[in-house]
Design a protein around this ligand. Structure first.
Ligand code: XIL
Length: 495
C-alpha cells in the first residue's frame, strides 16, 4: 500500500501533469490573433463580398473562423470603385460623398465591429480593373487633367467619408490604411518591341497601359497627385502602393517599384508603405518547387530596401497555390504537397513578420471554400490555411509556428533600448539613388536599382518625410477605443 506521503506526491504529480496538458491544449488552441497580439503584429484576411453583403448566407464555420482568428480585415471586392461608384455621377470631375455607395463601407465596418476587429485596410482606390463600366466608357474621351480631377476628387470623397468613421468618438473600427493605386506597374511586350525597334520583343517593365487612365501621359505626376489627395483628405490615414510580382529583390518589377516609390519619397510625396501581394506558387504534385530559401533571402532584401527608404512592406494578399490533378475545376492535391505548403507558409510568414518594417500580413481569403485561385488560375487551388470545411491545414500550423518564434512586444522594446538608431550608418535615400540607375525621368524604364549594401538594420529607420503616425501608435489608439467594445460585450480584444 502506498504511504500517505507518497500518495500526496503522486496527486501533486498528476495535478502538475494535468496543468501541463491543459497549458499544452491552451497553446494548441491559441488563435492567430491572440498570438499576433503578443508579438505586436497584425494578422488578417480578406472578406468575401457574398458574405459582407448577405451575412445570413454566411456558413457558421466561416463566421467563427473569421471572428476568432484575425485582427485586421480587408474587403475582397466591396471597396473597389465598381462597388463604391457604380453609377455615373452628376459631375465626374468633382465627385461628392453623395455620389458614393457608402453602404458598402458601412456594412464592412459593421462586420468588423460585430467580430471585435478594430482595423480595416482599404483596398483599392485606383485600379485599372473592377472600375465601373460608365467610367471605362467615358474616360477614354477625357483629357489628362480631367482624369486627374476625377481620380483626386473620387479619392477625396472616399477617404473623407472613411475619416468620419475613423474620427467618431471612441471609433471602434478604423480604416487605417489605403491602397491608393493598385498594380500600376506591368510587363509590356508592345513597349519592349518599340524599344528594340521591332527585333525580338522581350517583355519590359513600365507603367501599365490599357487602363482607363491611359490618357495621363505623365504617370508619375498622376500617382503623386493621387497620394497627395488621399493625404489631404485624411492626414492620419496610411497610404500604400500595392502590387503583385514585386516581392523578389533584383527582379525587374521590384526594381521598377523601388525606383518609383523611392522617387516619391525623394519628392516628399506622402507614402507609408508598399503592399506586397504575395500570390505565390507552392510545390507541384511531385513535391518540387515553390517558395525556396533563396526566395526568402530575396524577399527579405526587398523589405530591407523599403526600410532604407523609410517605408513599410505589408503582406497584403498572401496565398500559396498548389497545382491540382484537374486542369479546370479545383481538383485534389497530395498530402505531401499540403505538408510542404505548411513549411513554405512558415518560411514566408517568418521572413515577412520578422522584419521591423512589416507590421501586417493578410491572407487573400482564409478557406479553400472561398478563394479566387481556382477561378483565376485554373488547375490550381488549396491556397489558403483552412480547408473547405474550415479545418486547419498544415499551412495554418506554418503561420502559428512562425508567429510563435517572433520576439514579443516586450522583448522588442528591451532590444530597441540597446540598439542605436542606424541614422548615421544607414544609407540615405540620396545615396541609394545615386547608386541606382534612376535617371531617365517620366516614362523611363529604369535598370537595376542597386543599393551599395542593402541595409538590414533591425530597427526601423526614421524618415523625416514620413508624415503620419506610426502604425504602432495608430494601433494602440485603436486598442484604447476598442476597449469600450470589449467592456460592453465582454468579448475578446478588438484587434
Ligand atoms: C480579386 C478577387 O479576389 C476576385 O473575387 C475578383 O473577381 C477579382 O479580384 N489582386 C488584387 C485583388 O489586388 O483585388 C484581386 O482580387 C486579386 C489580385
Amino acid at each position: 500500500m502506498m504511504g500517505s506521503r507518497a500518495s500526496r506526491q503522486l496527486s501533486i504529480w498528476i495535478w502538475c501533469c494535468a496543468c501541463l496538458l491543459a497549458m499544452g491544449n491552451a497553446e494548441a488552441q491559441t488563435t492567430l490573433r491572440a498570438l499576433a497580439k503578443t508579438k505586436g503584429k497584425l494578422v488578417g484576411t480578406s472578406l468575401s463580398s457574398n458574405y459582407i453583403d448577405n451575412p445570413a448566407s454566411m456558413p457558421s464555420g466561416y463566421q467563427s473562423t473569421l471572428a476568432n482568428e484575425f485582427n485586421v480585415y480587408v474587403a475582397e471586392n466591396s471597396f473597389k470603385m465598381s462597388e463604391l461608384l457604380p453609377n455615373a455621377p452628376a459631375n465626374p470631375f468633382d465627385i461628392q460623398i453623395s455620389d458614393l455607395s457608402t453602404a458598402k463601407i458601412d456594412i464592412m465596418v459593421a462586420r468588423a465591429r460585430e467580430n471585435g476587429v478594430g482595423m480595416i485596410r482599404g483596398h483599392a482606390l485606383i485600379w485599372h480593373t473592377q472600375a465601373p463600366s460608365w467610367l471605362t466608357t467615358s474616360a477614354p474621351g477625357w483629357t489628362a487633367d480631367q482624369i486627374t480631377a476625377f481620380a483626386t476628387s473620387y479619392i477625396k470623397a472616399v477617404v473623407t467619408y472613411c475619416k468620419t468613421i475613423n474620427d467618431a468618438v471612441d471609433a471602434p473600427v478604423r480604416i487605417y490604411e489605403w491602397d491608393v493605386i493598385n498594380e500600376t506597374i506591368d510587363k509590356s511586350k508592345a513597349r519592349a518591341k518599340k524599344r528594340s525597334r521591332g527585333s525580338a520583343a522581350k517583355s519590359s517593365i513600365g507603367y501599365r497601359t490599357g487602363t482607363w487612365y491611359d490618357g495621363v501621359a505623365n504617370r508619375q505626376a498622376f500617382i503623386d497627385a493621387i497620394f497627395r489627395a488621399a493625404r489631404n483628405a485624411d492626414p492620419n490615414v496610411r497610404l500604400v502602393y500595392n502590387d503583385y510580382g514585386i516581392e523578389m529583390y533584383g527582379s525587374p518589377k521590384c526594381n521598377f517599384m523601388l525606383n518609383m516609390v523611392g522617387g516619391m519619397v525623394s519628392r516628399g510625396v506622402p507614402i507609408d508603405g508598399v503592399g506586397l501581394q504575395c500570390h505565390f506558387i507552392g510545390p507541384d504534385p511531385s513535391g518540387a518547387g515553390g517558395f525556396s530559401s533563396s526566395d526568402a533571402r530575396k524577399f527579405e532584401q526587398t523589405f530591407a530596401a523599403l526600410r532604407a527608404l523609410g517605408l513599410d512592406g505589408i503582406v497584403t494578399e498572401f496565398d500559396l497555390r498548389l497545382q491540382t490533378d484537374s486542369t479546370t475545376i479545383e481538383g485534389n492535391v497530395t498530402s505531401r504537397q499540403l505538408a510542404l505548403q505548411g513549411d513554405q507558409y512558415r518560411l514566408i510568414v517568418a521572413t515577412a513578420l520578422s522584419q521591423s518594417n512589416c507590421p501586417a500580413l493578410l491572407t487573400w481569403g482564409f478557406t479553400d471554400a472561398q478563394s479566387w485561385i481556382p477561378w483565376a488560375c485554373p488547375g490550381y487551388g488549396h491556397a489558403l490555411p483552412f480547408d473547405r470545411s474550415y479545418a486547419k491545414k498544415p499551412a495554418y500550423e506554418g503561420i502559428t509556428t512562425a508567429i510563435k518564434a517572433l520576439p514579443t512586444v516586450e522583448e522588442n522594446k528591451a532590444s530597441s533600448l540597446t540598439t542605436t538608431l542606424p541614422t548615421a550608418s544607414a544609407m540615405t535615400f540620396g545615396q541609394a539613388l545615386s547608386n541606382s540607375t534612376l535617371s531617365g525621368g517620366e516614362g523611363s524604364v529604369p535598370g537595376s536599382f542597386t543599393f551599395a549594401s542593402p541595409p538590414v538594420a533591425p530597427t526601423r529607420m526614421k524618415s523625416e518625410k514620413r508624415p503620419v503616425a506610426s502604425l504602432a501608435s495608430m494601433w494602440s489608439a485603436s486598442q484604447a477605443t476598442a476597449t469600450e467594445i470589449w467592456r460592453a460585450s465582454s468579448e475578446s480584444p478588438a484587434y
